[in-house]
Design a protein around this ligand. Structure first.
Ligand SMILES: [Zn+2]
Length: 420
């Protein structure tokens, strides 16, 4: 992508009411635009990152047997009345249609997925199975001050699993936990993300959250460093020691909830009268689990964790581009410009993801500052100085070390690095 043709600009003025670091830096660097509190547009860079995160999640959900579907965002009131949540769900956006019927904008989808699964499940032979979607969700939050971490509209992956009995639900629940940690590893959050015990619902003692330690966190957790587990502050009175090793000295930390998983058991299957016939011909209730993870919240959390005072430092797997190529040409027709153009075309032809700063009339300092702000993993510079030696300057965003590589070798070197 040529930066000269990009319709968005870096270093614009910030909205005055934006207080969260992740939204401030993502707005300045041109990843998102704020429409209203908790409501953001994803611009070209931001959408690239969001899609990469979504695809990582998608791959890990497919790997545990999840079948992707897309449910509607607009959901009829009757379904929410069936489960008793039309009144009880505080953050539900409720609205009236032209047909005088009432609807909710989907905040979660048990009310849709349970009757859907019911249409296709008759006997034990159909169980177990799991479906998921990656979809825009709406929550009527009273306050939305955490940038992408708590939006009124946000992208969510929600997976639902259906089982013949509790034992099978427990088996799958453990498999899903492992899949979640694979996602956190791939997006660069594993070393500070903890499986966290939180309050359960009517049917189970605990639910589990995945909490990433960062100063931006809205939650407080208590970590057992021996077990790499944590307890959410909301249950610390009932669970004052490590649920695994009983250790009493737990470390307090601020954290962002980047995922949560629940054993719903029969909470929703009972509401919808969702039964199946077992091998003995008996009528049995279907057991359910649900597993949530927000790509947009993950994006905000990655930024909170991976930055310095100059800007974002994207982990390679979710970076908008692997390479940021900077031309320090004095004129659009000089030999520096010509060499940088040629290198850009070669990189594109080699399937390397590259952002090319081909803008005219900016100083080297301005281009370096923009590159640091945007945060691509590798910066390449072509200038009079590097051309005099037939070389290109290479610097990684997370290191101060500057290296020089021969101009005719650079595509081969970066092709290897980019696929590593
Ligand atoms: Zn422990």
């Amino acid at each position: 992508m040529r930066q000269s043709q990009l319709f968005t600009k870096v270093s614009r003025e910030l909205p005055k009411d934006e207080t969260s670091y992740n939204a401030q830096i993502l707005i300045r660097a041109g990843f998102v635009d704020k429409l209203a509190a908790g409501i953001y547009t994803y611009l070209p860079f931001g959408l690239k990152v969001l899609n990469k995160i979504s695809n990582i999640i998608r791959e890990e959900m497919e790997a545990i047997g999840g079948q992707e579907i897309l449910m509607p965002g607009l959901t009829p009131k009757e379904n929410w009345e069936t489960t008793g949540r039309w009144e009880k769900f505080d953050a539900l956006f409720r609205l009236k249609g032209g047909d005088e019927r009432e609807y909710a904008l989907g905040a979660t989808h048990e009310e849709v997925v349970t009757p859907l699964a019911q249409k296709h499940t008759f006997s034990y032979k159909e169980l177990p199975f799991a479906v998921y979607q990656i979809q825009t969700k709406f929550r009527n939050e009273l306050r939305a001050k955490a940038g992408l971490i708590r939006g009124r509209e946000f992208l969510m992956k929600d997976l639902y699993s259906f089982h013949a009995d509790e034992e099978d639900l427990n088996r799958y629940y453990k498999i899903a936990q492992k899949a979640y940690f694979r996602v956190f590893e791939r997006v660069g959050l594993l070393d500070r993300t903890y499986l966290t015990f939180a309050s359960g619902g009517a049917f189970s003692r605990y639910s589990h959250e995945f909490q990433t330690v960062t100063e931006a966190g809205e939650d407080t957790i208590y970590i057992c460093d021996d077990c790499q587990l944590a307890v959410n502050a909301e249950i610390i009175d009932e669970q004052p020691n490590c649920p695994n090793c009983e250790k009493k000295e737990l470390r307090e930390a601020g954290a962002v909830e980047v995922g949560n998983i629940f054993k719903l058991r029969s909470r929703f299957s009972e509401a919808f009268d969702f039964y199946y016939t077992n091998e003995a011909g008996e009528r049995k209730i279907v057991e359910m689990g649900c597993y949530g993870m927000g790509p947009s919240r993950l994006l905000g959390t990655v930024v909170e964790v991976h930055h310095d005072d100059r800007g974002i430092i994207w982990p390679e797997a979710v970076a908008p581009f692997k390479i940021h190529l900077l031309s320090l040409a004095a004129r659009p027709d000089d030999r520096v410009s010509e060499a940088a153009n040629k290198l850009y075309v070669e990189l594109v032809n080699s399937q390397v993801e590259v952002l090319y700063d081909d803008r005219n009339g900016l100083s080297a300092g301005e281009k370096f500052a923009a590159a640091d702000l945007i945060g691509c993993p590798i910066r390449l510079v072509v200038s009079e100085k590097t051309l005099a030696q037939k070389k290109v300057e290479i610097k990684k965003r997370n290191s101060a070390k500057v290296e020089f590589v021969d101009l005719d070798r650079v595509v081969r070197v970066l092709g290897n690095q980019a696929t590593r």
